[in-house]
Ligand binder design. Structure first.
Ligand code: AMP
Length: 454
């Protein structure tokens, strides 16, 4: 048997109804804030992520699904390496093959959405069209160790505000608006006990000073820390704050914090974000250990967590990335965005919103009874569906008992019997499967009668 690949999974009904419920709430809420949908490709050139996400990040350095295109390079290489030439000399790799490698393009399944959206923003000069609020829903791919709430193909709901400074995209009002939108969405979905953690990671200047201070503070203690931290201390000391190893935590507690290094502009920006959040009633806690995993973040960084999720408790994360557009060869275009982990959002929802409460079961199961009845049943089903009813349709070979079983299994409210007598009378037996009540209803009244909520 061929199974789904490790770290991927099938989303089955009725759970998919919860996913649809989430996505339609997302579309409604985002619309109210004037966001519009963008759909970018599932794969992009590897360089986009190397530059946009950062070579130093875990994502780029070890989690991406990357290949050379055309993709059958490994098979060719294997052949080259294992086959002797015509004269029987030992195998060598021909120079032409090595050259052909250079002309192959390195492609990557997207591990996140921001880089692709900013690429599209630059490529299509979206600022000219006044498009500065975009969202995207879709699968992302990271080769992480699978566990509860962590998959290799997972789904993100991503939104970005990006644009020239003249459009106010650098304003703290955007940060607050985005956070308020998220609070509205979570409340609307009935996720009550979320926490918003907020920080400012400053701008590159602040960070240079902070990194120096961190390096100094780490020097005497890093030998006692985990291997990852020892590497981070050299490559990007800020990442030490991502460390989850319990033994390292007491040391991390003693390290300097970015909040002590913010310049006047960043401090004022951060204060303004907090002021608006307080005024609109969005609760938050400050967490100056929150540095986020990606290189391009500036100023505001945030994360929403949910207690019920266990170890992987982050439902969403995001922040400001004022330098990203320029890093990708575009114009100066400050931006801020977030990515919601849809898998985790659905998990945190499942207690309050069960699949049963959002799935739309058939209103009626139409049961043709006896040879030749499929035709009339098809006609009736078509009529009823035109009235926006959910109709499941049986088959004339089913005996009445089987039709009842099928209707019950499908969760239909009514069963409608289409037999020869009914067709002659042009009135049909309609039975309520919950109460057992059965009535004969003229064709013209069927839709109205089925719609009546008991
Ligand atoms: P990030 O892009 O790493 O900031 O992640 C944003 C959100 O995506 C996280 O808060 C998680 O909810 C979700 N997420 C990230 N990686 C995974 C994964 N491997 N499996 C499921 N959800 C994930």
């Amino acid at each position: 048997m061929i199974k789904a690949v490790r770290g991927t999974r099938d989303l089955l009904p009725p759970e998919t109804a919860v996913w649809n419920f989430v996505e339609s709430a997302v579309r409604d809420v985002f619309r109210a804030y004037n966001f519009q949908e963008i759909r970018t490709p599932i794969f992009e050139s590897t360089e986009l992520f190397a530059r946009g996400v950062g070579e130093e990040t875990d994502i780029v350095s070890k989690e991406m699904y990357t290949w050379l295109d055309p993709p059958h390079v490994y098979e060719v290489l294997l052949r080259e390496l294992t086959s002797a030439d015509k004269e029987g000399r030992p195998p060598i790799v021909r120079p032409e093959f090595l050259e052909s490698l250079g002309s192959r393009q390195s492609l990557t399944l997207r591990p996140e959405a921001t880089a692709g959206i900013v690429r599209a923003y630059i490529e299509h000069k979206l600022w000219d069209r006044g498009l500065n609020k975009l969202y995207c829903i879709g699968p992302m791919f990271r080769r992480e160790r699978p566990q509860k709430g962590r998959y290799r193909q997972f789904y993100q709901i991503d939104a970005e505000v990006i644009g020239p400074t003249s459009a106010g995209s650098d304003s703290p009002a955007r940060d607050a608006e985005l956070l308020e939108m998220l609070a509205t969405l979570l409340d609307r979905l009935g996720i009550a006990d979320w926490n918003l953690e907020l920080n400012s990671v400053g701008c590159p200047n602040d960070r240079a000073a902070f990194n120096d201070a961190l390096r100094k503070a780490l020097e005497p203690v890093v030998g006692k820390m985990c291997a990852d931290c020892q590497r981070r201390a050299v490559t990007n000391p800020l990442r030490v704050f991502d460390c989850k190893v319990p033994e390292d935590q007491p040391i991390i507690q003693t390290l300097p914090r970015i909040s002590q290094f913010l310049d006047e502009g960043c401090r004022k920006h951060f204060e303004a974000v907090q002021e608006i959040l307080k005024a609109v009633g969005v609760p938050f806690v400050l967490n100056d250990r929150l540095v986020r995993g990606l290189d391009y973040y500036t100023r505001t960084a945030f994360e929403f967590t949910h207690g019920a999720l266990g170890a992987q408790n982050a439902i969403l994360g995001g922040g400001r990335y004022d330098g990203l557009s320029e890093a990708l060869g575009g114009p100066a275009a400050p931006g801020i965005g977030f990515a919601i982990g849809e898998d985790r959002l659905v998990m945190s929802l499942q207690e309050s919103t069960t699949a049963d409460s959002v799935v739309r079961k058939p209103d009626v199961y139409v049961a043709p009874l006896g040879a030749g009845m499929n035709v009339e049943a098809a006609r009736l089903a078509r009529e009823l569906r035109r009235h926006d009813l959910v109709v499941d349709l049986g088959d004339e070979t089913f005996r009445l008992k089987k039709s009842f079983e099928m209707a019950t299994k499908a969760g239909a409210k009514y069963i409608l019997i289409v037999g020869e007598n009914e067709v002659k009378a042009d009135a049909f037996a309609l039975k309520n499967l919950a109460t057992g009540e059965q009535v004969s209803i003229p064709r013209a009244e069927l839709a109205r009668r089925i719609k009546i909520q008991e």
